[in-house]
Design a protein around this ligand. Structure first.
Ligand code: GDP
Length: 297
């Protein structure tokens, strides 16, 4: 399970804090130093850790905490609150237009991040909300990607719109939206091409799609197991094409959790969902408070 190591370390720090009836300023500072080490070892962004510890310290060394009946508990509560804040406080929903108006969602990300799988997972979520999603194969470079989307679409009982690999992604997206209008689909999800690394061609293609097609939401899929790389990838996609939110995949295999704790603070963009496995049902809405409880135990 994700965060095991971070959870263990933080719980040890908390156990020590709880066991003391009284706390001095230096007790709190020593505990926060350990919290800082644990977060850095979990691959949380350095600046994020620094600001986090500073915010906790500002609230935790005051007299009202130190002279309270349960100072240890109060420090723990502050750590918890600041961790929820770090991850964005509240759950962000993907905004869908009401009724039969079409919402166009563009899925972007590096190859292997889990974009195609996540696209199909999302379609299942929208279907469960009573929406009629259409998946669109815009990756014209890898025939295998088109095929994979078709297989996953079939599993989800969601239609997949494809024009093979001989048309431009822009033409495919436009044709798909017309198809959606004619057939009462109300969510169109574009599965775009990824590359192994952030490169200019990929970004330019995505920029062109956005220029030519009215995209309502751009959602970035990143692999949690790549830690700070996932954070850097998020920052560069946001800078180049503008993203509305992030879906963090493979959290089930991420023992450190640095990306989950850093993305919102570094990019300002919320985590919308987390991928918790390979099955198409393994997608969970992201709740900052539940995630903090999971980490802090
Ligand atoms: P794409 O290249 O970004 O479209 O990536 P794919 O959708 O093909 O996914 C790459 C691999 O990651 C596949 O083997 C998926 O089954 C796997 N995968 C995707 N999401 C998750 C997840 O949340 N957890 C786990 N364990 N595997 C995932």
């Amino acid at each position: 399970m994700a965060f095991d190591s971070l959870s263990d370390k933080l719980q040890n720090v908390f156990k020590n804090l709880r066991s003391k009836g009284r706390l001095t300023e230096s007790d709190v500072k020593a505990a926060l130093k350990e919290v800082k080490m644990a977060l850095l070892e979990a691959d949380v962004n350095f600046k994020v850790v620094k600001n986090f510890v500073k915010s906790v310290e500002e609230r935790a060394v005051g007299q009202d905490v130190l002279t309270s009946l349960t100072p240890g508990q109060m420090v723990i509560k502050i750590v918890n609150e600041e961790m929820v804040n770090l991850m964005g406080s509240e759950t962000t929903e993907i905004k869908l237009k009401s009724g039969n108006e079409i919402t166009v969602i563009m899925m972007v990300g590096l190859q292997g991040a889990g974009k195609t799988t996540t696209t199909a997972k999302l379609a299942g979520k929208f279907k469960a909300k009573g929406k009629k999603p259409l998946l669109v194969a815009c990756d014209v470079y890898r025939p295998a990607a088109v095929e994979q989307l078709q297989i996953n679409g079939k599993k989800q009982e969601v239609e997949v719109f494809s024009m093979g690999t001989n048309n431009s992604p822009i033409d495919i997206a436009k044709a798909a939206i017309n198809h959606a209008k004619d057939n009462n689909f109300n969510v169109v999800i574009l599965d775009t091409a990824g590359r192994l690394h952030v490169d200019e061609d990929m970004m330019n293609e995505l920029i062109e799609i956005k220029k030519n097609v009215e995209v309502d939401q751009t959602i970035l899929v990143v692999d949690s197991m790549t830690g700070q790389d996932a954070v850097n990838v998020s920052a560069s996609f946001d800078e180049k094409i503008g993203i509305d939110g992030v879906i963090l995949t493979k959290l089930d295999g991420d023992t450190r959790g640095g990306a989950a704790l850093s993305i919102k603070a570094v990019t300002g963009k919320p985590i919308l969902y987390v991928g918790m496995g390979e099955k198409l049902s393994d997608l969970e809405q992201f709740y900052p408070d539940r995630m903090a409880s999971r980490i802090l135990g």
